[in-house]
Design a protein around this ligand. Structure first.
Ligand code: ZN
Length: 485
């Protein structure tokens, strides 16, 4: 069933059209501040977990605010596969007759589960304490939802007209659940969200150390996730009469080969930029090694040295690692069954099936089955042929605007393109052929990542600076270009 609420109806119900107001008076600094605060608080206090929450309630609340701020009701839509998994799509109209394709901003509204007893305060109460805002979603990612909604309203009130349409989609089920909003919109309403490129504030951002900015990261490609199950079976028997053929040994031999055989070194347009940027930031042997692996041909000794650090290793290749193991049924019986889970993070450009076949070849054991395990836990003889798109070179217009907005807010901070080794909704827009960039204006200390954890929080100052960043960044991306620029 398709669920659809007209925000015009909502606004009318709330009596909003009865008030007279000036729609395009620019907001003052303090008005911006209190608007951002109120939107953030409202979003945190609407439970959007998969178990009992609703993204529709949050989507409707944001839709009503946007219509109230002057967005035509026809450009603000809440829609989704059922009444609890609504997504908001709002189109900020650019110059009439613009030939430029729109920019799409995606940001998820749902949050990971949080239990009151695990937290110091109620995770669904917006609490300000000691310079931080606490609540589920303060980092991941209702802060960014609030920032973009605030800036849409702020730009509209200032009468700003971008050089093209900017679309914002606030979506369901990024963290889990069966109704991923980005996928649903791509499959059912591609016309509503089709774009030149995507901005996703779910990754990227300023990395700080005790508040001091180190780097502005932009996520420009993502690895693909896959689980494989290795299964060995055996007739078994009494353990007093062992045979050389043993289900546990088959699994152990395979895992030893996996441990000893890393996937080949690879580099793409984004990781090349990453290592080049890091060579300019770091010093000594580390900087030399970064330079040596971007050379042609890359220096194998430098690759080996860098591979000792898991962060660099995961940026240089597909990784597959044993994560679970189960075998045997009695201490005095030969095992009839042994299995292991191998978790892979696949370098863009390779499919799950391609990696499964590489594992089969590596293990070279006909007695061993290597099965693909879907997200739902189902086992299959073949992996899917889905792969993450090999990233095109970074767009100069996006990079220039990012450099400039970063320089304004955090002067002197280098911009570093990264490959995300986890996954976000950008994997779906990238798979749909739309280049996607993780860009966030939020500064967080590198050791204060509390996403999905207890007492999730964001520095108060980071939040408001993030509001100013996206306001500046969106204008720099969509300012009218003069000839020759
Ligand atoms: Zn997230």
């Amino acid at each position: 069933m398709r669920y659809h609420v007209s925000p015009a109806a909502l606004a009318l119900a709330a009596g909003m059209f009865l008030a007279t107001r000036t729609l395009s008076a620019p907001l003052s600094e303090s008005e911006t501040h209190s608007l951002a605060h109120d939107i953030f608080k409202q979003l945190i206090e609407i439970n959007t977990t998969d178990s009992v929450g609703s993204t529709t309630v949050a989507a409707n609340a944001m839709a009503a605010r946007l219509v109230d701020a002057g967005f035509p009701a026809a450009d603000v839509t809440v829609l989704g596969p059922n009444d609890r998994k609504g997504n908001l799509v709002v189109r900020y109209r650019g110059q009439r007759g613009s030939k430029l394709k729109p920019i799409l901003i995606i940001a998820h509204l749902d949050v990971v589960e949080a239990r009151r007893e695990d937290w110091s305060s109620d995770p669904f109460q917006f609490v300000e304490k000691d310079g931080y805002y606490y609540g589920r979603g303060t980092q991941d990612m209702k802060s960014s939802d609030a920032i973009v909604v605030t800036d849409f309203i702020r730009l509209k009130k200032a009468g700003y007209v971008p050089d093209r349409d900017i679309i914002l989609a606030l979506t369901a089920d990024e963290e889990g659940g069966k109704s991923n909003g980005v996928l649903w919109l791509l499959d059912n309403h591609r016309d509503l969200i089709d774009a030149d490129y995507v901005l996703n504030p779910d990754s990227g951002g300023v990395v700080t150390d005790h508040g001091k900015p180190l780097t502005m990261e932009i996520e420009a490609t993502e690895k693909l996730y896959a689980d494989f199950e290795l299964v060995a079976t055996n007739p078994g028997g009494h353990s007093s009469l062992p045979r050389p053929d043993n289900a546990i040994y088959h699994i152990v031999d395979a895992l030893a080969r996996l441990q000893a055989t890393p996937f080949p070194f690879e580099m793409n347009a984004v990781t090349r930029e990453y290592f080049t940027a890091m060579a300019a930031i770091d010093k000594g042997l580390l900087a030399e090694d970064f330079r040596a692996i971007t050379a042609t041909p890359p220096d194998p000794k430098a690759i080996d040295r860098l591979a000792e650090d898991p962060r660099y290793n995961s940026t240089m290749r597909t990784t597959c690692v044993a994560t679970m193991l189960a075998a045997g049924h009695a201490p005095n019986a030969l095992p009839q069954h042994a299995e292991a889970n191998v978790n892979c993070r696949i370098f863009p450009g390779h499919s799950q099936e391609e990696i499964r076949l590489s594992l089969v070849k590596l293990f070279a054991d006909p007695a061993l089955r290597v099965l693909y395990k879907s997200d739902a836990g189902e086992l299959a003889e073949h992996g899917s042929d889905r792969k993450a798109m090999v990233p095109p070179p970074l767009r100069a217009d996006v990079m220039n605007a990012l450099h400039s907005a970063t320089e304004t807010l955090w002067p002197g901070t280098p911009v570093v393109p990264i490959m995300e080794t986890g996954a976000s909704d950008s994997i779906h827009t990238m798979a749909a052929g739309i280049p996607s960039y993780g860009i966030s204006g939020i500064a967080l200390d590198h050791d204060d990542n509390r996403m999905h954890g207890r007492d999730e929080r964001i520095p108060v100052e980071s939040f408001y600076r993030g509001v100013d960043f996206y306001y500046d960044f969106l204008q720099k991306l969509t300012a009218k270009k003069t000839r020759g620029q």
